[in-house]
Design a protein around this ligand. Sequence first.
Ligand code: MC0
Length: 139
Amino acid sequence: LFVCIDHVGLAVPDLDEAIEFHTKVMGWRLLHRETNEEQGVEEAMIGTGEQLEQNAQIQLLAPLKEDSAIGKFLARNGQGMQQLAYRVKDLDHVSEVLRGHGLRLLYPEAKIGTGGSRINFVHPKDARGVLLELVEPAA
Ligand code: MC0
């Protein structure tokens, strides 16, 4: 059903500070950065930069406003792991399969995610305590 782990998302209060830490101290490379108004985030992807089929990345997620998914997460938990993202080939098919198992997806239709991908999320209460993102990369 799933291709691989696409990324792990970390909620951070300050994107520039987080990029600095993960590149200068941890030695990852900054691969991509964008603002997603609909999701209320400014995000950065970091990783090795090697284009391997199953090379998971780390996504740094900073809130654009307090009243957003990441803003609420930070207020409740502080910074840390917010989501686990599985890569899929056909998001609509996978969504139907998971709905068929009774899992709630957060959106009736896919939304736009990082790099023009199509995304949806499984509610954390239905995925055993983990906010699970499904990512169909842009063609
Ligand atoms: C909330 N809960 C979580 C959680 N967030 N559990 C695990 N991981 C998380 N990240 C728990 C709460 O503690 C609560 O548990 C229960 O879920 C329900 O909480 P709620 O009060 O009903 O809902 P909220 O307001 O906390 O919202 C949670 C929800 C929201 C997942 C619905 O964060 C959301 O819509 N997320 C999807 C969008 C998103 O995360 N966007 C930012 C990344 P108790 O036991 O206290 O009831 S954007 C992104 O990722 C894009 C750019 C991309 O990758 O391309």
